[in-house]
Design a protein around this ligand. Structure first.
Ligand SMILES: [Zn+2]
Length: 428
């Protein structure tokens, strides 16, 4: 079990506690549940000011999932971990669908008018809605956690590789191979440069080796411009042959690899606009933000023999990572961004024809679709206790999707909300 978050009577975050201690507090009536996700207690009695241990929130932003970890830099304990699943594709799809509906409606209803498609401007630093949604998701969660945990610093993975480390001319050939930080940075760089495939046969998803374009045996250097990635088969086949001789029969590929190898670092350094935007957002919270490279993340993870998951990657981001992370008791919270529903009040069928009307009112009897409720039914056919997400009806007869399937026709009178809908759903 991960630790349990605690806040005091004036909503200030305290040191997270062990679940056993949390159970005891609840049993003795000294604390109440403040929030289910992430599980947080609130103390019932004010207690004397005590100092709290500073914690660091660490983020590994990904396209589909973002890893979040809260780490104690001094003890190395991972206090809390989560994996946040974004809804990038869902946003793109719903925008496309809206665009198509509007287009067809306009075609049906409007006389011909000349297109005026370039009369809109995008502000500086504009990012696609699907990318912004990821940034907003992370921002929401960082701000949420800052309120519940005594966080004093942040770490974010910013770039895939650190170019400064690689350009260091002191690095010798062996070091590229033997698990040094510079080696990891170089590998990440080459993976990016050669598109994660063998430079000689384009094979993907197999272990790739670092290979010298002009072989060492014939005076080739260890400079990064002389390195390529190849599968074991191609590497053996090439051996100590020069690239010109090896690719005699494939002049097109020869030209391509030579051009690729010579490309200066700055050009290939994958500058990821969304990650830089996220950095800006994190800095705006006022806490110090440390950034790390993907190479460093991988180096830290392999050095400690940790599994590759999103939240572990987050926990090992940056130079501040403790020598030994204690992760044995962590169960990451799995969070899924599901959005806040649609503003459409006229839903369409799959052909785009209006098919049903959605009432403007979203809240019925104090409940909203998406709330997690507990219903204790004592009379009638549906006697039992049901916990799950509720779908509200204006009639007051709700549906609850529980772990064991959908239960229909539960009266609002039996329901008690245990978690308000706020755009995220959870799996434990
Ligand atoms: Zn190959």
């Amino acid at each position: 079990m991960s630790k349990v978050l605690v806040i005091d009577t004036s909503l200030r975050p305290l040191d997270p506690i062990h679940p056993a201690q949390a159970r005891q507090l609840l049993r003795n009536g000294k604390a109440a549940i403040f929030r289910r996700f992430p599980f947080t207690l609130i103390l019932k009695q004010a207690r004397p000011e005590t100092s709290v241990q500073p914690l660091r929130i660490k983020i590994d932003p990904g396209a589909k999932k973002t890893g979040i970890a809260i780490v104690n830099d001094i003890t190395g304990i991972v206090v809390f971990a989560a994996e946040l699943q974004h809804r990038g594709f869902a946003i793109r799809e719903s925008l496309t669908s809206r665009r198509q509906l509007r287009r067809s409606r306009r075609n049906r209803k409007t006389r011909y008018r000349q297109p005026r498609f370039d009369n809109r401007k995008r502000s500086n630093g504009w990012l696609a809605p699907s990318l912004m949604s990821r940034i907003h998701n992370i921002e929401t969660w960082v701000k949420k956690l800052i309120q519940l945990v005594p966080i004093t610093a942040m770490s974010q993975e910013l770039v895939r590789f650190d170019t400064q480390l690689m350009q260091n001319p002191d690095i010798q050939g062996k070091e590229y191979q033997q698990g040094t930080l510079a080696g990891y940075e170089t590998r990440e760089y080459l993976l990016e440069k050669f598109g994660r495939k063998c430079a000689y046969c384009d094979k993907q998803d197999l272990p790739l080796q670092i290979e010298h374009i002009a072989p060492r045996a014939k005076g080739g250097s260890n400079r990064i411009s002389n390195l390529a990635l190849s599968c074991e088969k191609c590497n053996l086949k090439k051996g100590t042959k020069d690239i010109k001789e090896f690719l005699k029969k494939d002049p097109v590929r020869l030209k391509k690899i030579e051009a690729q190898a010579k490309k200066p670092l700055a050009d290939t350094a994958a500058v990821n606009a969304a990650r830089f935007k996220l950095l800006e957002v994190l800095k705006s919270t006022g806490l110090p933000v440390e950034t790390g490279s993907g190479g460093l993340t991988k180096f830290n993870r392999t050095r400690q023999n940790l599994e590759k998951t999103h939240w572990i990657d987050a926990a090992v981001v940056g130079k501040s990572t403790p020598e030994k992370l204690i992760i044995s008791c962590v169960k990451p919270l799995s969070i899924q961004a599901v959005g806040h529903g649609s503003r459409q009040s006229c839903r369409t069928n799959k052909y785009g024809f209006p098919s049903r009307h959605v009432p403007r009112e979203k809240i019925h009897f104090g409940f909203q679709t998406g709330d997690i409720v507990k219903a204790v039914v004592k009379t009638g056919k549906k006697v039992g206790t049901y916990v799950g997400k509720v779908a509200v009806r204006s009639s007051g007869s709700f549906n609850i999707s529980t772990k064991n399937g959908l239960v229909q026709g539960i009266s609002h009178k039996f329901c008690k909300r245990i978690h308000a809908k706020h755009g995220y759903s959870y799996a434990v």
